[in-house]
Design a protein around this ligand. Sequence first.
Ligand code: ME8
Length: 511
Amino acid sequence: MRKRFYITTPIYYVNAAPHIGHAYTSIAADVLARWKRLDGYDVFFLTGTDEHGQKVAKAARDEGLEPQAFVDRVSAEFRAMAARMNISNDDFIRTTEPRHYAACSELWRRLVANGHIYLGHYEGWYAVRDEAFYGEDELVIGPDGTKLAPSGAPVEWVREPSYFFRLSAWQNKLLEFYENNPDFIAPPSRRNEVLSFVRSGLSDLSISRTSFRWGVPVPGDADHVMYVWLDALTNYITAAGFPNENSERWAFWPADVHIVGKEIVRFHAVYWPAFLMAAGIAPPKRVFGHGWWTVEGQKMSKSLGNVIDPCALADTYGVDPVRYFLLREVPFGNDGDFSYRSLVNRLNQELANDLGNLAQRSLMLVARECGGQRPEASGLTADDLSLKNAAYALPEILRDKLDRQALHEALDEIWKVIRAANIYIDRQAPWVLRKTDPRRMATVLRVLLDSLRVIATVLQPFMPASMARMLDQLGVPQDLRNNASLAVDLPSGVALPAPSAVFPRFVEKAT
Ligand code: ME8
């Protein structure tokens, strides 16, 4: 049986259109999902939209729309963004779907049955923008003297009947869980934040609201809707078939990794495992909290008008260069700053020059000097072997990097080989050998083609469409475009298609 791998993105709030931050998380998760498929795993990759709660209800009201009509529209925009960015999700969950109501209701009933929920009264601060409750001691004072959430979101005083989850009872069990699963929270800085938050003591969590209706009704008490985070987190098991634990999908649970932004690590690494353990369900294996993008040094915001639409970006620069740039520019886990100049530099230098040109030069020589057929190598030199071996070592190296979600390190390793190949082609100078030693020229070109085949194979998760084109030009059959098939040598003497540039240079249009 093939090994399984379950990976998720957060489900995005449908209060506004998708931006580059959402695309970033989805692209990162997509690369990891595609990598696992390439490596022979049976993958379940989930994304979707978070459609309940006050924030979304307010956004609908602001547009004068019924919540359902509004969320249908914005959810479709997120689905379109995923398609445009070439996200290979296997499912797209919406929290307004009947299957999700069923899962939330069952989870709630199990928590009640196990004695983890009680009815009480909530009185305290709430930030609609974060959909989060805050203690007085967590608040900060804003520039105009008002109290704000630590995120800078405005807070309001809430007073209403509420069901509570006995989170306080989970403090020690959570600490034990983190201790026994040292890789549960990554990167380590986020793990430390969570540990100190939990060590400082946990209060019971309000998990229902009565002051608005836009949510999943609490079973047996129609006055309450579930707290949007309990509802939202449950999406990960809904899509895995819960509560039908006999469904094929359920074999994927527990999830291997939830990819999230750093600001929602607490929900995923504290509340979520506590809910699950309390309901007798296994917690996920890992939560990775990546950093935040700013744009040309500033926080992205509607009011600043600097929100970047990933689809527009893809229209100008191409989907693959955008995917590459986002994962190459910033170590995964760190904050980063988006700049057009850096995007264009990387596209022109690393994609068009380093990789595109290497492929183009090699394939043009094959087209011109080898009758357009894959050449045959004869007698490999130490230089040939050193390049080939470096290329063939990539899958093993990347496996380790990508199991730790070190996407930038994976790209770095691939580019080391690309740079080595550029040095190799210049040193071997096959365009000179064509006169002096055609057999040697054939060998050099074959070494380059074989190395490019490995490079294009392992780069497929990052830049699927461009690498498919490169593998077409290299004449690699569809069924051999995976890691295991790299062991299969390709026959020489086979005609290759006419080469064409995979990454054209980006030239700024004169205005
Ligand atoms: O929090 N930089 O949804 P959300 C990097 N519905 N990533 C960013 C980003 C930025 N500037 N802005 C957003 C929610 N993101 C909840 C999640 S999950 C059960 C419920 C990404 O629409 C990042 O992944 O506010 C962040 O965690 C997510 O979008 C927040 O999306």
